[in-house]
Design a protein around this ligand. Structure first.
Ligand SMILES: [Zn+2]
Length: 169
């Protein structure tokens, strides 16, 4: 399986939102582009809220991998507590799920995605890469759930190279 394939279900929304910040060091941010904001359903005046949500998510995904937050953020729980969700029941089989409120704001869609990930056991496997110059979101598909990098080939290899150089020096 491609290690970079998207996170399962609605968590793909969370993953792609976190990864709109292309480069944490240069600040290259695809939320600067109107068509990307449209894709996420972010209104012109809500882009700063979306960025705040994105960094709170990133800090939470770092915590899933046992890392401290990358910077000071508004706690994710505080943001999600403002997201209206309702219990949707499927009349055919009686199954139920938390669904975003009819306003379908980014915040409530993210909250519903988190709820879905909690229900199906995928939430804790959505993590942020431990490399300081990366911190991309990725879905940890390692059997033991102890993956550390968004990509073994990129960030994993660079970390090994740094350790090797440190030993040499
Ligand atoms: Zn990485």
């Amino acid at each position: 399986m491609n290690e970079r394939s998207a996170a399962p279900g609605s968590l793909a929304l969370v993953e792609s939102l976190v990864n709109t910040l292309l480069d944490i060091e240069t600040g290259a941010d695809t939320l600067d582009a109107a068509e990307v904001r449209r894709c996420f359903g972010i209104a012109e005046d809500a882009v700063e809220d979306a960025r705040e949500l994105r960094e709170s998510l990133r800090a939470t995904l770092l915590a899933h991998a046992g890392h401290p937050p990358h910077r000071e953020v508004t706690p994710l729980g505080e943001l999600l507590s403002r997201a209206p969700l309702y219990v949707a029941v499927d009349e055919r089989d009686g199954s139920a799920a938390l669904a975003p409120a009819p306003d379908a704001s980014l915040l409530s869609r993210v909250a519903a995605a988190v709820a879905e990930g909690l229900a199906n056991g995928t939430w804790m496997r959505l993590k942020a890469c431990e490399a300081d110059d990366c911190h991309w979101a990725y879905y940890d598909r390692s059997p033991a759930g102890r993956g550390r990098w968004c990509s073994m080939q990129v960030c994993g290899a660079r970390a090994k190279m740094r350790r090797y150089r440190a030993k040499e020096g």
